[in-house]
Design a protein around this ligand. Structure first.
Ligand code: NAD
Length: 450
């Protein structure tokens, strides 16, 4: 079957590669000519493990083509997956202009029945609005299926090829059957496929992300409490997670939830609630609490160092999570911004996201380094904001030797505290208890005597 994926971003490109791997002949269309030219040459515009190989494999098998020609895709493909961006135009308000631009483009080129599949994350009511727009623009009858995407950057290929579930929303049995057929390889691995109406499918995506945001926020607050009580958040999280009603995932403390999806989708859900006269208090509370997590973490550093004016802080990790170069709404970037506001100089390193971070934030007191030890050179304190695996292998003694100061703020709890302390650091973890956090007077003495 010929299918098109419109939008060659993180979601679209993974879908294009994955659908080609399912055996579809895929045309991947984007308005960004530079991106399409690069993809045609074989380069991949962002960091995602395994993506280059999957694209290569399917391109060589002649199942995957890149183009800027939407009309040709509409002519040749029965099914048109739409995966354009839906970033916010205002807090809680998704930008649907790209989606409707694509809808108009499709309508203009339509000659016969087509199935439009909305993969982009869109507010409740959008699929019906797209159908209505098509009805206004063309007499040719088409169907729309809502098929929200749940991939996680860093493991996106695996998530697409072996998803936890597939959601299909719509009211046309014919269209739903066509899309179900595309996902047939997933039947073999017994993937649950939920078929429902448009609104429910759209809501499931937002409810999922809001729930994940709540879970992260909850464990972050428990981590704050663990610091105060002297308990270990990982023991709490393990015990919590072994309760089958709760589950172990997303119970790892950090600087707050970030990325291109969780914050925006949570805000849009709160907004949807308001539109329907429903106050989603827990979701709104998660957003508010999340705002303070980075600031709480910064205060830990200030409690130890005092004013950050004139201090040099090494920040390891800028991407919102490991194995991606995505810095959209990364809390690590927020943390860098807060450090700069406090008058600190920041020496930053990320294994993949230095370029994306530099494009997002330029400042005379912000410098990027390709090597973590160089980033640590002369720093008063080192903060780990993203849990890249390679950071676990860093030598504490070498880091300490490179630095001027001796404070290590492990916001993701990647290090073994005892090993860090043995290297002469004052270790500040996230909810790792009294034994592992060093009390303020001890730290102040150590900083004073450095
Ligand atoms: P992105 O910004 O990386 O990519 C969007 C792409 O759409 C860009 O390449 C852009 O050039 C293209 N585009 C915009 N207008 C177009 C048009 N008129 N015609 C053709 N192409 C056009 O966005 P993304 O991260 O891939 O997200 C896309 C959607 O998928 C969003 O709704 C997002 O919420 C959702 N989603 C993303 C992820 C993720 O991990 N990134 C996961 C699940 C769902």
């Amino acid at each position: 079957m010929n299918v098109a994926v419109i939008g060659a971003g993180r979601a679209g490109l993974i879908a294009a590669a994955g659908l080609a791997d399912f055996g579809m002949r895929v045309r991947c269309v984007d308005i960004d000519e530079t991106k399409i030219a690069a993809l045609t040459r074989g380069s991949v515009p962002f960091h995602e493990p395994g993506l280059m190989e999957l694209l290569d494999k399917n391109r060589k098998a002649d199942r995957l083509h890149f183009s800027t020609d939407l009309a040709e895709a509409v002519e040749k493909c029965l099914v048109l997956f739409i995966a354009v961006g839906t970033e916010e135009v205002a807090p809680g308000k998704a930008n649907l202009a790209p989606l409707f631009a694509v809808t108009r483009g499709i309508a203009k080129s339509l000659r016969e029945y087509r199935v439009l599949v909305i993969k982009s994350t869109v507010p409740v009511g959008t699929a019906k609005a797209v159908l209505a727009e098509l009805g206004r623009l063309t007499p040719i009858v088409c169907d729309v299926v809502s098929n929200p995407e749940f991939l996680r950057e860093g493991s996106a290929i695996e998530n697409f090829l072996r998803p936890d579930r597939v959601i299909l929303g719509g009211n046309s049995e014919q269209a739903l059957a066509v899309v179900r057929d595309i996902y047939r390889p997933l039947y073999l691995i017994e993937t649950p496929i939920f078929t429902t109406d448009h609104e429910t499918a759209e809501l499931i995506k937002y409810a999922t992300n809001a729930y994940l945001a709540l879970k992260i926020t909850f464990i972050n607050e428990i981590a704050n409490l663990c610091d105060a009580i002297g308990s270990d958040v990982h023991t709490v999280a393990k015990a919590l997670g072994s309760d089958k009603r709760i589950g172990p995932k997303f119970l790892h403390p950090g600087p707050g939830f970030g990325g291109s999806c969780l914050p925006k989708d949570t805000r849009v859900l709160v907004n949807t609630g308001e539109q329907y006269g429903v106050n989603l208090r827990t979701v709104a509370a998660a957003l508010e609490t999340n705002y303070f997590q980075c600031r709480d973490v910064l205060n830990k550093l200030k409690n130890v160092l005092g004013s950050l004016e004139g201090r040099t802080i090494c920040v390891l990790g800028l991407a919102y999570k490991p194995s991606t170069d995505d810095v959209r709404e990364s809390r690590a970037m927020d943390f860098v911004g807060l450090l700069l506001e406090e008058g600190a100089t920041v020496q930053a390193h990320d294994p993949a996201a230095n370029g994306a971070a530099a494009a997002l934030l330029q400042h005379e007191r912000l410098n990027f380094f390709n090597d973590p030890y160089e980033a640590a050179s002369g720093a008063d304190a080192l903060a780990v904001l993203t849990e890249w695996n390679e950071f676990r292998a860093l030598g504490p003694t070498m880091l300490k030797r490179a630095m001027r100061g001796a404070v290590l703020l492990d916001v993701r709890n990647v290090f073994v505290p005892e090993a860090i302390a043995a290297a002469g650091f004052l270790y500040l973890g996230r909810g790792r208890g009294a034994k592992l956090s060093v009390s303020v007077p001890e730290i102040s003495n150590a900083v004073a005597s450095r």
